[in-house]
Write a protein that binds this ligand. Structure first.
Ligand SMILES: NC(=O)c1ccc[n+]([C@@H]2O[C@H](COP(=O)([O-])OP(=O)(O)OC[C@H]3O[C@@H](n4cnc5c(N)ncnc54)[C@H](OP(=O)(O)O)[C@@H]3O)[C@@H](O)[C@H]2O)c1
Length: 272
């Protein structure tokens, strides 16, 4: 996702640096859904002051990635979090003047070495809980299909997180593609329980929550039937999953309200 964001930022004329673990520049070739191919060059980090930081690491890597950069952050820097899940910045003390923006994206991409396959360009919401977008957003929007500002990004994050919390861990547990959850049996029953519990929590946070998590999850499972979820891909590759920032985050927020979510707790235990 970082390469996809970089391609769009470069197209919009922004100058950027890649902050990677190996401190090297990189070349990426992007294959777009319409068949086009384009190449980008990502210059190496220059150790200069950081005005804007796009964070596109998996949620569990966030603190390790950002902590060493804090001393380089401009007091009025923007951190743009391009990640699934919630709570990845919890525990990090940022200067009060740093603006933290969140992206909720239904774009899709996967990487094989330098090759980036962009599988979907859908919709991306961005916000920080305030009504006013930063001035750079208008320069970026023409080059980022479906990018729009929302004053209520937290609700958009919850909407995505609730569906991810139903689909992703079950696909990882059953080692199945998204569409194979719709089995009219045990998997669908578990989807129903997970969705009900998520809706119970979200109704406490948003009195007008429509309790539509199951319907939205089934729709996503149908629309992405052939897809391997990122959590299943992580499990198959032996990588840590983002479950602690999806179901784990739901459980932490529910715990603060004295609400038990046994289906989510059981899933977290089963996934280890
Ligand atoms: N891929 C999608 O279709 C998609 C769609 C929507 C949302 N998301 C979300 O977007 C986020 C990123 O996903 P992704 O698929 O792009 O993950 P990814 O392919 O694993 O890319 C993460 C990148 O972060 C780098 N990284 C890890 N720790 C770092 C550190 N400490 N400092 C610098 N770089 C570091 C990794 O470098 P190494 O190569 O050195 O490990 C890797 O290049 C996740 O939260 C994911 O759930 C993904």
């Amino acid at each position: 996702m970082g390469s996809l964001a970089a391609a769009r930022l470069l197209a919009a004329g922004f100058s950027l640096r890649l902050i990677s673990r190996d401190h090297q520049p990189a070349q990426r070739q992007l294959h777009w859904p319409d068949g086009r191919t384009s190449s980008i060059h990502l210059a190496a980090d220059d150790n200069d002051t950081i005005r804007h930081l796009v964070v596109a690491v998996k949620a569990g890597e966030t603190i390790a990635a950002i902590q060493p950069l804090l001393s380089r952050m401009h007091p009025q820097a923007d951190i743009v979090r391009l990640q699934n899940g919630m709570g990845s910045l919890d525990g990090l003390t940022l200067p009060g003047t740093v603006r933290c923006l969140h992206l909720v994206s239904t774009d899709g991409a996967w990487r094989d070495a330098e090759q980036i396959q962009v599988v979907a360009e859908n919709r991306t919401l961005i916000g920080d809980g305030s009504p006013r977008p930063p001035p750079w957003l208008t320069d970026l929007q023409p080059h980022w299909p479906g990018l729009s500002w929302t004053a209520d990004i937290e609700r958009a994050q919850w909407q995505k997180l609730a569906v991810n919390a139903v689909i992703n861990p079950l696909t990882a547990l059953y080692r199945c593609r998204n569409g194979e959850l719709l089995d009219a049996g045990e998997r669908e029953q578990r989807m129903q329980l997970l969705a009900q519990e998520a809706d119970a929590l979200l109704a406490r946070l948003y009195p007008d929550w429509p309790a539509d998590t199951l319907a939205r999850s089934c729709e996503v499972a149908r629309q992405t039937a052939a897809n391997t979820s990122s959590m299943l891909a992580d499990v198959l590759a032996g990588r840590p999953t983002e479950v602690q920032f999806i179901n784990g985050y739901l459980l932490r927020r529910a715990g603060q309200l004295g609400l038990a979510l046994p289906a989510h707790q059981a899933l977290l235990t089963e996934l280890g």
